[in-house]
Design a protein around this ligand. Structure first.
Ligand SMILES: Nc1ncnc2c1ncn2[C@@H]1O[C@H](COP(=O)(O)OP(=O)(O)OP(=O)(O)O)[C@@H](O)[C@H]1O
Length: 340
């Protein structure tokens, strides 16, 4: 369990105070793939670096597995750090060392026996599917391959936590996807808790089970990916989510609505899970004296759950439209009115 307890961090640069983190409280459970999203400067890297005490909070307590890591002496901190791997946007490989040596570094630093190092590095290179690159140098690798080596190195000491700082931000979409799938495999197969900070919402959508949204050093929204993506509350969250799950009427259709003189209301309906498989619009059309016009529709899958978003123009008398709304509410379907 990773527990940020009311953490603040202020940097002082040339007598100017920069509040990088402000009263952040977050709990990350064992087995989570927890994503932290925010724009540049939101405080994500500072937050991540608290976990292995690369940054010390100005205020608050950083707990890893129940221990305040800033209260540990140096040798205890070293032991805790061994259990926390980290990967970076820029990979941070040693260019003058071979792939094999790069992966071996943490083991050499831990005085592991040479034979065991050989066994472990071979195992790790096979796990990241780069056994054939053992003798290559970082400059001979693609970005995705470099990140795989960074991951192998981070796993060398069998960590229980992996910290990922914008680990896919330097990669093209296809390579990003393959690295994300590798992270997922690490989480499931090796039972490693993963904390990812990113400015890319599709990273969160693709592999995280929980998410926190950060703005100006504060967490503005947090929850399961399903909760937050299906019903974002804060403007910042809506902006991120809308880029992968649009939920607005296209402008050209809005234009035509301005000329529509009929009595209507616009309902944004969100279907989650089993509800998404029900044909609600058909039911409405056949049971109420209204006409429906679907102005926007999207269907996405999040955490193996279907999320459908429809914007329906319901045309008819007020009393009939109200009955449609009662029907939607009776069926516990999330809805909200769209006002143009
Ligand atoms: N060592 C430091 N000294 C002074 N200011 C710092 C330091 N590290 C971070 N900051 C400042 O703290 C704020 C948060 O930075 P941080 O790197 O955590 O944000 P971020 O969300 O990770 O952004 P990015 O994605 O651009 O790295 C920024 O204003 C940054 O300039």
């Amino acid at each position: 369990m990773i527990n940020f307890v009311n953490i603040s961090k202020t940097f002082t640069v040339k007598r100017q105070k920069i509040k990088a983190l402000q009263h952040v409280s977050l709990q990350i459970s064992d087995g989570d793939i927890f994503g932290v999203i925010g724009f540049s400067g939101a405080g994500k890297s500072t937050l991540l670096r608290m976990v292995n005490a690369l940054e010390i909070p100005t205020e608050g307590r950083m707990e890893v597995d129940g221990r305040d890591i800033n209260a540990l002496d140096f040798s205890e901190l070293r032991k805790v750090r061994k259990k926390i791997g980290m990967i970076f946007q820029e990979f941070n490989l040693l260019e003058s060392k071979s792939v094999y040596d790069n992966v071996a570094i943490p083991l050499i630093l831990n005085h592991v026996d040479k034979k065991l190092i050989q066994k472990r590095v071979t195992e790790l290179l096979s796990f990241v599917e780069l056994s054939d690159k053992a003798l290559a140098y970082p400059s001979q690798l693609s970005g995705g391959q470099k990140q795989r080596i960074g991951i192998a190195r981070a796993l060398a000491n069998n960590p229980s936590i992996l910290l990922c700082d914008e680990a896919t931000s330097a990669l093209d979409p296809e390579t990003t996807e393959s690295i994300l799938q590798l992270l997922k495999r690490i989480n499931k197969k090796l039972n490693i808790t993963i904390l990812i900070v990113t400015h890319e919402i599709h990273v969160i959508q693709s592999i995280c089970n929980r998410v926190a949204v950060m703005e100006h050093g504060s967490v503005v929204e947090t929850g399961t990916v399903l909760e937050v993506f299906s019903n974002p509350q804060q403007n910042m969250t809506k902006r991120f989510v809308q880029t992968v799950i649009p939920d607005e009427i296209p402008p050209s259709i809005v234009e035509t609505l301005h000329d529509d003189v009929r009595n209507y209301r616009l309902l944004k309906i969100r279907f989650l899970g089993n509800n998404a498989k029900r044909n609600i619009v058909y039911y409405i059309n056949t049971h109420y004296k209204v006409e429906t016009n679907i102005l926007f529709a999207s269907v996405n899958e999040l955490q193996q759950t279907v999320l459908g978003i429809f914007i329906v123009q319901v045309i008819g008398d007020d009393s009939e439209i109200n009955q449609v709304i009662s029907y939607i509410e009776r069926n516990k379907i999330q809805w909200q009115e769209v006002v143009l």
